[in-house]
Design a protein around this ligand. Structure first.
Ligand code: RIB
Length: 304
């Protein structure tokens, strides 16, 4: 099965700091680097590196970052032929501070991601037709996500939505088109008013979503299906370096596993494993493993 990702591509400007600054506070970074990231690109990169057939839809500037994205996604095995490069708009950017616990704060400057519109989706309708799974998030305009989800569902595709960054204004009628949604606890609260994962997941099912996966960081992960199936998965204990792209790689890995025909439980367990590896490394693209790297990691993992 094929995965089509529609979403954002950001050049990540990452400052590693002791603690994340409070309002009015100025601090000095310990190190700085620029990486490829963006929630959409991270998902596409993860699914492709893990061996899935992936095509990425989105926009970059006609600039150095745009070229780098094409190269890096291609190297991972993703099809980048439908990514549009814009003349007068720069590639999106994300200003990220990562503290010594691995937690981050992110400010996104939309750039070309803000230009992804319904005309572009229409122009790529053949890509939607040839995909099996549409994977998306909320770093491109919401109306475009809604448009793409509806277009893909009309064509009978499986829809996976990572509702990040979370927002309250997702039109209610969209939820019934979503086969899988993967909020974290904050996103769940914003979507449903509930922080409790069981209550929040139940609300999403009542809103029309077919299956809900709530990721709760290092705690656990909760799955609830409209069919009544539910389970928790444990998260392996590891030393966290940087949580950037953990959620994106979870969803990318989940989609890759579903594309391979895995059950929901198998796909969730697999996604947990992949995102566990991701938090042990710095950066977005640079932390996302291949299948072999995932296998090696768990072979060598000492119980904590
Ligand atoms: O989820 C992590 C991503 O969020 C980063 O790569 C950054 O680009 C922001 O979009």
């Amino acid at each position: 099965m094929n995965i089509l990702v529609i979403g954002s591509l950001n050049a990540d400007y990452v400052a590693n700091v002791d603690h994340r600054p409070q309002g009015g506070e100025t601090i000095t970074a310990e190190s700085f680097c620029v990486n490829c990231g963006g929630k959409g690109a991270n998902q596409a990169y993860a699914a492709a590196r893990l061996g899935a057939q992936v095509k990425m839809l989105g926009m970059t500037g006609k600039d150095e970052a745009g070229e780098l994205f094409k190269k890096r996604l291609c190297e991972a095995g993703a099809d980048v032929s439908s990514i549009k490069q814009l003349e007068n708009t720069p590639t999106g950017m994300a200003m990220i501070t990562v503290d010594k616990t691995g937690e981050n704060s992110i400010v996104v400057v939309r750039g070309a991601n803000g230009m992804v519109d319904s005309d572009y989706v229409d122009s790529r309708i053949e890509d939607i037709k040839s995909a099996d799974i549409l994977l998306t998030q909320l770093e491109i305009p919401l109306e475009t996500v809604v448009y793409a989800v509806k277009a893909a569902k009309k064509l009978g595709k499986t829809i996976v939505l990572d509702p990040a960054p979370a927002r309250k204004d997702i039109p209610h009628e969209v939820f019934r088109f979503i086969d899988y949604i993967k909020p974290n606890e904050t996103e769940l609260e914003i979507l449903t008013g509930e922080r409790d994962c069981e209550k929040g997941a139940k609300k999403l099912i009542e809103m029309g979503v077919k299956n809900v996966i709530v990721s709760r960081g290092a705690k656990d992960c909760y799955f609830l299906s409209h069919s009544g199936e539910s389970f928790y998965t444990r998260i392996p204990k590891v030393s966290v370096i940087d949580t950037t792209a953990a959620g994106d790689s979870f969803t990318g890995a989940f989609a890759a596993a579903k594309a391979e025909g895995k059950t929901d439980r198998e796909a969730v367990l697999y996604a947990v494993k992949v995102s566990t590896v991701v938090v042990t490394k710095a950066g977005a693209f640079d932390s996302i493993p291949t299948q072999k790297e995932v296998d090696d990691f768990f072979e060598n993992l000492q119980p904590k």
